[in-house]
Ligand binder design. Structure first.
Ligand code: UDP
Length: 254
């Protein structure tokens, strides 16, 4: 593998990725595959911070839509992210990767609280740090949590692993003419309301100069490829680098 372009990265995985092909919850076999990808990336010398969402188990908005109090439902969502963090911790440790989970909601018997300086120390000691419970407050998402921790931990980039290979001008699942951007500006993402991450997360990355790389984590070996700038992805930066974006089947590189 070529030398990675980054030293320290934040990897954000939506909870849905942990479902594998299931409709709900956690597929341990797929989490093990993700853990192998993370291990391979780490073995290139990268320091890796992880944030995992909770959408495979519970989302506050869904609870609120069903009549629950939004804040109460959001706390349930945050607890779901802790479960996912523990599942990923388990998978990584089974591969011999040392990890620590730090939660924004304190639960001493299960994991550490978020302490930035301690997290720094973990990374120095070659551990993967998994940040759970988002920012620890309702009305936020784990995208914002990932952007916040990426800023705090001075990550060189935020990698958002999803089920699509980048950012499109419309939904590629329903529109065969959808165009994938190779690169796009934070302001266009916000202005066009493109579904990359929530607005608070985009603004936090923009204001702190953190590039966001959106890529398909389901594809085998793709994490390693995008980390070296070879895989298919969309990068969100202050100013888009190219106007040559890709229609239909994506093939461009950043
Ligand atoms: N959540 C929250 N505050 C946070 C992070 C998450 O309230 O800082 C709740 C919110 O209800 C959210 C749920 O946790 O719907 C799961 O997180 P998210 O939707 O970001 O997960 P993902 O879509 O990435 O799987």
């Amino acid at each position: 593998m070529t030398t990675p372009r980054y030293k320290r990265v934040m990897l954000k995985l939506s909870g849905e990725v942990l479902m594998g092909d299931r409709q709900f919850g956690i597929d341990p076999a797929f989490v093990a595959k993700l853990a192998r990808d993370v291990k391979a990336a780490k073995e290139t010398g990268l320091e890796i911070c992880l944030v995992i969402g909770g959408g495979n188990i519970f989302r506050g908005m869904a609870g609120a839509a069903a009549g629950m109090d939004r804040a109460q439902a959001d706390y349930m969502g945050m607890l779901a992210t802790v479960m996912n963090a523990l599942a990923m911790q388990n998978a990584l440790e089974q591969l011999g990767v040392h990890t620590r989970v730090q939660s924004a909601i304190q639960m001493d018997q299960v994991c550490e609280p978020v302490i930035r300086r301690r997290a720094e120390r973990h990374l120095e000691k070659d551990r993967v740090v998994i940040f759970a419970a988002g920012v620890g407050s309702p009305y936020f998402t784990t995208d914002s949590g990932a952007a916040l921790r990426a800023a705090e931990m001075k990550c060189d980039a935020l990698f958002k692993g999803t089920s699509v290979d980048g950012v499109y001008d419309s939904d590629p699942k329903t529109n065969p003419d959808a165009v994938r951007y190779d690169s796009i500006s934070y302001d266009q993402v916000l202005g066009d309301n493109l579904k990359v991450m929530d607005a608070a997360a985009i603004a936090l990355c923009r204001d702190n100069g953190i590039p966001i790389v959106v890529f398909n984590i389901r594809e085998d070996g793709n994490l390693a490829r995008v980390l070296t700038g070879e895989g298919v992805s969309t990068v969100v930066v202050p100013k888009a680098k190219t106007t040559e974006n890709t229609k239909g089947q994506a093939h461009g590189r950043v």
